[in-house]
Write a protein that binds this ligand. Structure first.
Ligand code: ATP
Ligand code: MG
Length: 151
């Protein structure tokens, strides 16, 4: 299912990310697309705020993946910059401590990435508005339960 949501500033984007974060469970994967500065990391910060995890979410540009351990018995967060990856399976060669199947995986630049790792990823495309520089459109492709939770 697809859902389109518009945010008018970074705070609204974080709130949307938080809402999605509260709907996720271990093993879920979110692929984020959108050009430089679209709001992929901002969205991930909101998503992370719904999870009880260690450390701040920052742009993982100079490391391929950053692991955030859960402070509870909830899932860890693995935040990936896939810019230099070509298949999702390469994530399993990254020497992560976290077991991906038990984590929540958020991948920036997931577009065009061959998905051979997770069955049903949530795909989110973030588009810029040409008129209002703070406006973003989120085109969310996700299973029905997630879409219902976000609507
Ligand atoms: N509606 C909005 N949603 C998200 N960010 C917004 C919005 N309006 C303005 N911004 C600003 O746009 C910037 C988004 O940066 P962010 O690092 O999240 O983008 P990104 O997609 O992760 O970029 P990169 O491709 O470099 O990783 C931030 O400075 C944020 O404050
Ligand atoms: Mg980023």
């Amino acid at each position: 299912m697809t859902l389109n949501i518009i945010t008018s500033n970074a705070e609204e984007t974080k709130a949307l990310g938080k809402k999605l974060g509260s709907l996720l469970k271990a093993g879920d994967c979110v692929l984020l697309d959108g050009e430089l500065g679209a709001g992929k990391t901002t969205f991930t910060q909101g998503l992370a705020s719904a999870l009880k995890i260690k450390g701040d979410v920052t742009s993982p540009t100079f490391v391929i993946a950053r692991e955030h351990k859960s402070l509870t018995d909830g899932p860890n967060l693995v935040h990936v910059d896939a810019y230099r990856l070509s298949t999702l399976a390469e994530i399993s060669h990254l020497d992560l401590v976290t077991d991906i199947e038990k984590a929540i995986l958020v991948v920036e630049w997931g577009k065009g990435l061959v998905n051979d790792l997770v069955a049903e990823p949530i795909h989110i495309k973030i588009d810029h508005d040409n008129i209002d520089e703070n406006k973003r459109e989120f085109i969310i492709n996700a299973p029905e339960l997630i879409i219902k939770g976000l609507s």
